[in-house]
Design a protein around this ligand. Structure first.
Ligand code: MLT
Length: 311
């Protein structure tokens, strides 16, 4: 008896171990290529992406048999959800596979920023020995302001507690009971801006969160505040941040994400108070295997007739 094969296009680089549920299924054929490398996309019924591929209407029009788009990660901002709905395509993501990696990267960036580690590293590599130039700040006793208390924000608060930091949280969806249970203080945005020594954002990029930290809101922060964006480019207005650093109001920033990626905002990242990484918070073996396997299981299920869980 012949088996009908379902074609799955994996458009961005993905953990092979994580793709096992698809690679090992005899009813599924996986093609790992960018859409631009293929003449025809008509046979594909599933598409797997990270953040590099833009799933827009033009791409969906090239894939008339597409049933499901899977984002091996959390943010679905590179997928045109309205166009997917219009074309009857299910969109799924992997909501928790990279939580720990992202929380750990945030903490690593916070420590690197507060102790000037990248700057000191560059100086030693340049054969300098300048112990005076890199005086930092202890985290103990400082207030961490977390904007957005989902999975990542919550993991971050546990790590902050181990460093004896107090944590204030702004999240319109967080109940006082959950905040109490997590050992954090729920405040409004204004109070968070006034109180925090370090501010980190962990929200998706939406109409409501775009430019949440802007010229106005940055003015309300403490002088010398450290700011982190390990979530999505655009939640912090890049020119307002640059100005606040140049004015000496913001003490420094750690950025893993940018409005445009790869970033071309060298005016901002070349400031000595800014440290940056190229959107790698989720780039660990563990997280990549986990997100790829979460979406692979789900695609295999959907192609075999079961409903999607994370749509
Ligand atoms: C995510 O949305 O999961 C992260 O930004 C990581 C990624 O883009 O792969």
């Amino acid at each position: 008896m012949s088996v009908t094969v379902s074609y799955v296009l994996v458009a961005d680089s993905m953990s092979t171990e994580g793709l096992r549920p698809l690679l090992d299924d005899p009813r599924i054929e996986v093609v790992q290529k960018k859409p631009s490398e293929l003449d025809s996309l008509e046979d594909f019924v599933a598409l797997v992406v990270r953040s590099a591929t833009q799933v827009d209407e033009a791409l969906l029009l090239r894939m008339p048999n597409l049933k499901i788009v899977a984002r091996a990660g959390v943010g679905v901002d590179n997928i045109d959800l309205d166009a997917a709905t219009k074309h009857g395509v299910i969109v799924i993501n992997a909501p928790d596979g990279n939580t720990i990696s992202t929380a750990e990267h945030t903490f690593a960036m916070m420590m690197a920023l507060s102790r000037n580690i990248p700057q000191a590293y560059a100086s030693v590599k340049a054969k300098e020995w300048n112990r005076k130039a890199f005086q930092g700040m202890e985290l103990r006793g400082k207030t961490l302001g977390i904007i957005g208390f989902g999975r990542i924000g919550s993991e971050l608060s546990k790590r902050a507690a181990a460093f004896q930091m107090s944590v204030v949280v702004y999240d319109p969806f967080l109940t006082p009971e959950r905040a109490k249970k997590a050992g954090v203080t729920l405040v409004d945005l204004e109070d968070l801006l006034n109180q925090a020594d370090v501010i980190t954002v962990h929200t998706p990029l939406t109409k409501e969160t775009k430019g949440l930290l802007n010229e106005e809101t940055l003015k309300k922060t403490k002088r010398g505040v450290l700011i982190l964006n390990i979530a999505r480019g655009g939640i912090i207005d890049e020119s307002a941040l640059q100005k606040a650093i140049e004015d000496g109001h913001v003490g420094g920033a750690a950025l893993d994400v940018f409005v445009n990626e790869p970033t071309d905002n060298f005016d901002l990242i070349s400031l000595k108070q800014v440290i940056a990484t190229p959107h790698i918070a989720a780039s660990t073996h563990e997280a990549q295997e986990s997100v790829a396997s979460q979406v692979s299981y789900e695609i295999a299920q959907v192609l075999n007739g079961a409903p999607a869980t994370h749509s």
